[in-house]
Design a protein. Structure first.
Lengths: 276, 516, 314
């Protein structure tokens, strides 16, 4: 099925519409944030800390009197950046590994899958903790950790795709016409598994946003005062006795983003499967 | 199917909004029902129990393997030294009921009490004291446990209840070293079942959960006899957990985040006092631009300590001007209190003089597990922006901080809290040029001389003057930006009385009693 | 058959060895000295020296690894740097907490997931099923720690019904113990029940379109009986898969959840052992985690064959 057809079908799928409007809202916040923010997200006003929603501060102020709405707007950048880079990393590395395993099979497959299984036996958070402990606490290393965590997911999908197609008639035909491995992999098989990879990417994006929030909640990755949803949530938890409403703001932001990408992923899956 | 999803979402949002509405009521409505549910501890005839929190895991129960002040704060109920200290930090008799110091200040003769027994019923004699001190100083074939006793020439135990120390050089600070715990000779299990002579006996330790002590009925000093039967210290690293434990009645008394005092003050008695800590914004004096005293002074002029105290510590902190807390009493130099009042113009001028008219960029390396220090870093970053200086905050693991910053001084600036000691030398000695962990890289000849001579100085007034001058040098040289001494804030059940503050962190459980 | 198992076990042992070696190597390059981390900034240099000697940090690195492997072969996991207690005892204690959490969470997951899944398979088109499917969609999307914070806000802070943090041992106070595990279990179950509901629903619908169900229906077997004796049995397979995944996750230490609620379980032990550079402890934990994954997968396989005799242990 062609990507353009998938896209058309998606527009008729309400899950897709719903998911994209959630993600769209967050994108909007991010894009607007590049041109206009109500306040400097890092500017403190220690006379007005933890104030509830008002016309001056639509989403209130945090423990330093910073404007929560502006911080959420800046926080979307972190989430999208981390999500996108993680997916790209997983797609490239996981996709490549899975393709090799699926296409060549045999010993190559066995060794690769053994390694993937070993990695999955290691809890993702432990992996991230150790990577960050070794390489230092920074957003780059957080993305690296999340990227590594997402490898198995992409590897499995592309592996099963390649297994499915490697012995198909049209591949045999291509091979008999003298097409090399590289040509077969990139021109003949890969386009066929693009829909699966898109679905996985969308779900992977949701997973990455979720994990980033979890790790920055633990204080890993994003450095203060740069806002990130997970960091804001843990800061808000510290103020929970004084301003219970504050935790709901980052929690809602995380939920919208994750749910949005999940719904998009579900919709894509539905559309591509029904197409077969 | 799709319709259902949309509807379900709408409902989800409604629920969230409802939760919102419930939350905005500033969260006091429910608390009355949860407080004071456990009155069992005060029932007459029953065993009385006090449950308190500690903020970190004990590093070791064995005093020779322990250095953390949190551990000392609870284990000082179990262990005692030849001497003790009172609320003002003055040295008072402990296991030694009296002592004589020779004219030349080199010989200390301690007269031990004859009625002291260890918790394992072994009577204490000078042999135990000798055993303890030989280990501490690394004498009699033992490996040194402490480097503070290098000045000792010899130890002797001429009879069962006399202990004599001979020093190489006179040392005014020596007497206060003797608060160190006396351990029973030949007992090997201190790390798992500690045995001391104090008013409380050790009962159990469950890692990451609690440490339990019980009253020592055979304690020799009736004036310091415990008034409660049992004490449980719960290890709680999260301040919100402490508050909810207090509110639900699972703790009777707790040291809390200053921030939470306002939430608790209606149901609990709140006490607070400076805890002899120095929260310091350390600038590496050996790297540019902080190797220039004018830059360090500019930073000092730009930092508004009151804003930090009010925002990070809810006002419960004592402003500092040098590396010394006012609780140190006679040694504290109160003449420095108007230095570096916030003055942005002066700060800019100093930067200009130093050749940084257009500011500079630098990194604040903050330990990731201390939220108060990270919060302080965020405020300092804002404050320094006003004089055109740009800070980047980098949080690093505590383990990495200890290695990179504390041990190897590989950093530009950092924020940390240095816990106080009774002996001013232990506090100010950190800035001596050759102190192994002088991570400030501060170096000043006059300072080094004063620290060295004060240590052997016999005349108390001269010694006090020396230490005051040291504090003055630190301030004038702007060795660092000394921010505040975060107060120790304690919330106690209203019927539990007697919590007492000391110049070092010590939760003295003997003073606590239930009213009525 | 026996040969298959021998190969499998041998492969597993190699994995264990590699994982241990890797962990050991990682800890050699990590900045941070365990003695300094334990004793902190107030430490006396003499104390640090003594602690380092006691830990054997002065010995050559390969020798230390060999000594650890040697101890392991004798069944001795060593002593934790941080807690001065045997690693096996520390893991044992934490395991006790984690198992309670896992069991509690699984019971909740099953109690909610299976009936709701079955119910939804029949009623999902009806309007009154909307709130239910809405909740399950939320369960898939709200991160567990995020949900935990909301739970704490409502049940601990606003209502004051349940403790927000900490753990009371069952032996000390059974009621307080259950209370302390309630919120974390609910937080875990919220997500895993949502997944379970999805799978149960889909597989019940699939099974009901199978020929054997249609045959039974045409024979006049009551719907309830068909559900109970045929459909459910066959739908249990995906349920087991989800169970296997959840239990592996929870027993593997829900690092974030245990941190949110300050539960002294495996996950908490993992993070403190990394923070304090407690090499013997983290080595023991890594072994434990690998074993848990393998054992859980094996048990799920066995249960598969119990439920469906056609699936043989291959």
């Amino acid at each position: 099925m062609r990507v353009s057809t998938i896209f058309k079908k998606c527009l008729g799928n309400r899950n897709f519409i719903l998911g994209s409007s959630m993600v769209g809202l967050m994108v909007l916040l991010m894009v607007v944030g590049f041109f206009y923010m109500p306040y400097d997200p890092d500017a403190m006003d220690t006379e007005h800390t933890l104030e509830f929603f008002s016309s001056q501060h639509l989403l209130g102020t945090d423990q330093f009197g910073r404007d929560v709405l502006s911080r959420i707007m800046e926080g979307t950048r972190v989430s999208f950046l981390v999500g996108a880079l993680t997916v790209v990393f997983g797609l490239l590395v996981g996709g490549a590994i899975g393709s090799l395993a699926g296409y060549y099979g045999g010993k190559v497959d066995e060794v690769i899958m053994k390694l993937i299984d070993t990695q999955m036996a290691f809890p993702g958070v432990l992996l991230a903790l150790m990577l960050i402990a070794v390489f230092g606490n920074s957003i780059q290393n957080l993305i690296l950790a999340l990227g590594v965590m997402s490898i198995p997911r992409f590897a499995r999908i592309s592996r099963s795709g390649f297994i499915k197609y490697r012995d198909a008639e049209f591949i045999k035909a291509a091979r008999s016409r003298g097409a090399g491995d590289g040509r077969i992999i990139f021109l003949h098989i890969l386009p066929n598994i693009v829909p699966e990879l898109i679905v996985t990417s969308s779900l992977g994006f949701a997973g990455a946003v979720m994990s980033e929030a979890g790790l920055s909640y633990l204080g890993l990755g994003i450095q203060p005062p740069t806002p990130s949803f997970g960091k804001m949530l843990s800061e808000a938890q510290g103020e929970i006795l004084k301003a219970g409403w504050y935790v709901l703001v980052p929690a809602l932001a995380i939920t919208l983003l994750v749910m949005g990408f999940n719904l998009i992923g579900d919709a894509l899956q539905e559309v591509t499967e029904h197409g077969r | 199917m799709m319709q259902k999803r949309i509807l379900s979402l709408a409902l989800a949002l409604t629920l969230l909004v409802a939760a919102f509405a419930g939350c905005t009521g500033s969260g006091t409505g429910s608390q009355s029902s949860t407080a004071s549910t456990s009155q069992t501890s005060t029932d007459s005839g029953k065993e009385t129990l006090v449950r308190m929190n500690i903020g970190s895991e004990p590093d070791s129960l064995d005093p020779w393997q322990s250095a953390a002040s949190d551990t000392e704060a609870i284990m000082h109920n179990v262990f005692e030294g030849l001497v003790l200290y009172d609320e003002t930090g003055a040295i008072i008799p402990g296991i030694a009921e009296s002592w004589d110091i020779s004219q030349d200040g080199l010989t200390y003769t301690f007269h031990l009490r004859e009625d002291v027994t260890f918790h394992n019923d072994q009577p204490l004699t000078s042999a135990d004291v000798l055993y303890t001190y030989n280990n501490l100083a690394g004498m009699g074939g033992e490996k040194a446990v402490s480097s503070k006793f290098e000045n000792v020439e010899s130890f002797e135990a001429p009879d069962e209840y006399t202990f004599v120390v001979k020093l190489k050089e006179p040392s005014a600070g020596f007497l206060s070293l003797n608060i160190i715990a006396i351990l029973p000779e030949g007992y090997e299990d201190q790390a798992t079942a500690p045995v001391g002579t104090g008013p409380f006996k050790f009962v159990e330790y469950t890692p990451s959960q609690r440490v339990v002590l019980e009253k020592n009925e055979n304690y020799y000093n009736k004036d310091r006899m415990a008034q409660v039967d049992r004490v449980e210290f719960y290890i709680m690293t999260d301040s919100a957990a402490v508050v909810s434990a207090l509110q639900s009645g699972t703790l009777d008394i707790a040291s809390i985040d200053a921030d939470d005092a306002s939430v608790l003050e209606s149901q609990f008695d709140i006490y607070n006092s400076p805890q002899n800590m120095v929260q310091i914004f350390a600038m590496n004096n050996s790297v540019a631009p902080f190797d220039d005293v004018r830059v360090r002074q500019a930073v000092n002029y730009a930092i508004d300590k009151d804003q930090i105290i009010n925002t990070v510590f809810g006002g419960y902190a004592t402003k500092l001007y040098t590396n010394f807390s006012p609780v140190m009493g006679v040694y504290y130099n109160d003449q420095l209190e108007d230095s570096y009042d916030t003055d942005l113009e002066k700060a800019k001028e100093l930067l200009k003089e130093a050749g940084y008219e257009n500011g500079f960029e630098f990194t604040i390396t903050a330990p990731a597990n201390y939220q108060a220090h990270i919060d302080t870093a965020q405020i300092i970053k804002q404050q320094l922006e006003q004089i055109g200086v740009t800070a980047t905050i980098e949080t690093i693991e505590w383990a990495a901080w200890l290695e990179d910053v504390y041990s190897n001084a590989q950093y530009q600036t950092t924020i940390v809290g240095l816990t106080g000691k009774l002996d001013p030398d232990a506090v100010l000695g950190r800035f001596k040029t050759d102190y192994p962990k002088n991570f400030f890289k501060f170096s000043d000849d006059e300072y080094d001389q004063l620290i060295t001579s004060a240590l052997t100085e016999q005349d108390e007034q001269t010694r006090i003057d020396d230490y005051k001058r040291c504090q003055e040098i630190l301030t004038q040289q702007a060795a660092a930006a000394f921010i505040s001494d975060p107060n120790l804030v304690v919330a106690s059940r209203k019927d539990l009385k007697g919590y007492t503050f000391y110049p070092v962190t010590f939760h003295d459980m003997t003073k606590l009693y239930y009213e009525g | 058959m026996a040969k298959y198992y021998i190969r499998k076990v041998a492969g597993f042992l190699v994995t264990l060895f590699l994982v241990s070696l890797l962990t050991f190597a990682v800890f050699q390059i990590l900045p941070g000295n365990p003695a300094l981390v334990i004793l902190g900034v107030d430490a006396d240099p003499a104390q640090i020296q003594q602690l380092e000697d006691e830990m054997g940090l002065d010995k050559p690195i390969p020798l230390r690894f060999l000594e650890w492997v040697g101890g392991l072969l004798r069944g001795d996991l060593g002593t934790s740097y941080r807690y001065h207690q045997p690693v096996s005892q520390l893991i044992g204690n934490a395991f006790g907490v984690t198992v309670q959490l896992a069991v509690f969470a699984l019971i909740l997951t099953a109690l909610v997931g299976i009936p709701v899944g079955i119910w939804l398979s029949h009623h999902s088109k009806k309007p009154y099923a909307l709130p239910v499917s809405m909740l399950s969609q939320l369960g898939l999307s709200v991160p567990a720690f995020c949900f935990s914070v909301l739970l704490i806000n409502i049940f601990s802070v606003q209502l004051g019904w349940l403790p927000s943090m900490g753990y009371t041992p069952f032996s000390q106070d059974p009621v307080a113990c259950l209370k302390s595990l309630t919120l974390p279990s609910v937080a875990i179950a919220f997500g895993s029940a949502a997944v379970l509901i999805r799978y149960v629903k889909v597989s019940v619908i699939q099974q009901e379109h199978q020929d054997y169900v249609k045959t039974a229906q045409s024979k006049g077997v009551p719907a309830r009986k068909i559900l109970r004796s045929h459909v459910l049995r066959n739908s249990l397979i995906p349920v087991l898969t989800i169970f296997g995944m959840t239990i592996t996750d929870v027993l593997g230490g829900s690092i974030i959840i245990e941190n949110v609620f300050s539960l002294p379980g495996i996950g908490k032990l993992v993070s403190t052992s990394i923070n304090s550079r407690d090499l013997p402890l983290i080595q023991g934990l890594v072994l434990y985690l690998a074993i848990i994954v393998v054992v859980c997968n094996f048990l799920v396989d066995v249960l598969y064959s119990v439920i469906d005799p056609r699936i043989r242990l291959k």
